[in-house]
Each structure stands twice: as C-alpha cells, then as structure tokens.
Design a protein around this ligand. Structure first.
Ligand code: FMN
Length: 276
C-alpha cells in the first residue's frame, strides 16, 4: 500500500487558526508534507453550518442530499476520496466541541438508513463504498491527565471504528495550553517534533511507530509543576487561589515542583516589594 497523498483536517476549536489544536495539526501536516502528502485544514469557525434537525430527508426524500444549503455539502464533497480524515478538537467537557459535533452530525448523508451487520456489530452502510478515508483524531486538553480523553476516544471508536472506515489512531496532548506559551517553547518543542514525526510516519506507512506513540504519551511537563504553574496564571478579582500545597492534595513535592515554587515565591516577593 502506497503513501498518503491527500489529508484533510477539520478543526473544531472556537479559537480556529490560533488554537492549540491547530499547533498540533500544523506539526502533523509538516511531517506529512515531507512524505509528499497534500494537506488542508477546514476551520469550523469559518464555516456556516446548520444543526442537523433529524428530518432524515438525506436518507429518504433526497438520498445523500441534506435540506440545508449551507457550507456542509462542500465539506462532504471534500471528505470523499481522501487518504486520511483528521478530526481535530480541543477537549470540551470530556468530548469534542459543539462545533465539531455539529459537523459530524451533518455527515449523515454519507450513510444509508439500513441496519446491517458489519463484523461484530450492526451499522448503517456507507453511501460511497471505496471513497471513505480512514480517520484520525488530534486533541488537546487543559488538564494534565490523559484519562480526560477516555470518553472522546471511545466515541471515535464507536463512530468510525468500523471495518470499512478504520480509525487509525490519535494524538492526545494533555496540558495543551502550554503549547501556546512562547516562554515554554523550548520545553514543548520535543512534543511538536514527535507530532511532526507522527505525521510523516502516518503519510509514509499509514501507522505511527510504537516509539513515536510512546513519546506522544509522555506529559509535556511533570503534572505537579503544571498544576502549580496553571493556578499561578489565573488572576481572578475577589477570589483567593488554592495554595500549591492545597492544590496538590498533600502529595510530596517533586524536586522540579519545589524549584518552580521557589521561583514563583521569589517573583511574588519581588512584585510586592515593587508595589505591584
Ligand atoms: C467550555 C470548555 C470546556 C473544557 N473542558 C475540558 C475538559 O473536560 N477537560 C480538560 O482537560 N480541559 C477542558 N477544557 C480546556 C481546553 O481543552 C483547553 O483550554 C485547550 O487547550 C483549548 O484548546 P484550543 O486552543 O485548541 O481550543 C475546556 C475548555 C472550555 C472552554
């Protein structure tokens, strides 16, 4: 089987082009382009897409055609004859964003109403066999623990993990807000390098190597340091943030976190001496 030639990503972040999600997509695409793939991103923020209203016209009255004449027919057209369809979303309440879900719901015209057995389970048959690409998921989330992605990944397995439309894997970046912090760029560059490698591997051989997959599962920075740093970035009028000790629930400090705390406290002391 040859390399991938055409890859499309649909980015569901409300932050669009400036999103952490897009930082990951861009790195993935840089790698895929090195392997010769032509890559494109569609931004949900730039598309006019109505909610699916469940009329099922696209299944019975006008098979394959939705009643809404918005941007979605063009998106459906672009989804056909790809080598890979990348769903890209920040984690919102343990799932994809509403914008991405809206687009996903409007893919109903790509299926037919019948219920037929496909492997172990019953599914709706796809309307254009041989023209549907395998799927891939790119996500990032605010919390530092990867278990936050559990429901999202399960949803994708159920949605697209059929024999006809394989789910080829995912890149799931916890503590993703760190990606946009310029001061931390040198500490997060290794992760984006691994995403680039994943993009190249995927385009070359339709799979991410075990070594790259393991690298992508490593935390961007250690969880304690992340929690202390994240809490210190919020400046909320009238509210007292938890102390680092409270936030860490009594867990003993790692040497890295202790060093970071010393630095933060020195900065607080300097700021208060300056009357900030
Ligand atoms: C409404 C909302 C819900 C969120 N829900 C979660 C969540 O369930 N778990 C999590 O770890 N982060 C959650 N986050 C944090 C985002 O995933 C995080 O800010 C992410 O870096 C945003 O990525 P983006 O720049 O690609 O939009 C949520 C953020 C918002 C605004």
């Amino acid at each position: 089987m040859g390399g991938m030639k055409r890859i499309l990503a649909i980015n569901g972040s409300p932050r669009g082009r400036a999103s952490n999600t897009q930082r990951l997509v861009n790195a993935f695409f840089e790698g895929a382009a090195q392997a010769g793939a032509a890559c494109e991103t569609l931004f949900a923020t730039e598309l006019d897409i109505h909610d699916c209203v469940g009329c099922f016209s696209c299944w019975n009255k006008t098979p394959g055609v939705c009643v809404f004449k918005d941007d979605m027919p063009g998106v459906l057209e672009k989804m056909l004859d790809l080598d890979l369809l990348v769903w890209a979303t920040p984690l919102y309440h343990f799932g994809m964003t509403a914008r991405l879900k809206r687009i996903m719901e409007r893919t109903l015209p790509l299926a037919k109403p019948w219920i037929v057995r496909d492997g172990e389970h019953y599914h709706h048959p796809i309307r254009y066999p041989g023209r549907m690409a395998p799927h891939f998921l790119i996500s990032n989330c605010g919390f530092p623990e990867r278990h936050h992605f559990g429901a999202l990944v399960e949803e994708f397995r159920l949605l697209v993990g059929k024999r006809s439309e394989a789910f080829l894997g995912s890149i799931l970046c916890a503590s993703g807000e760190l990606l946009k912090v310029p001061e931390l760029a040198s500490r997060t560059a290794w992760y984006l390098d691994a995403v680039r490698t994943a993009g190249r591997e995927m385009a070359e051989r339709r799979a991410i190597s075990d070594e790259t997959a393991r690298t992508l599962e490593r935390p961007l920075i250690d969880i304690q340091s992340f929690v202390v740093m994240a809490n210190a970035t919020w400046d909320v009028p009238g509210e007292v943030p938890p102390t680092p000790e409270e936030a860490l629930g009594g867990e003993p400090l790692t040497p890295e976190t202790a060093a970071m705390l010393r630095m933060l406290r020195m900065r607080e002391a300097t700021d208060s001496a300056k009357g900030k």
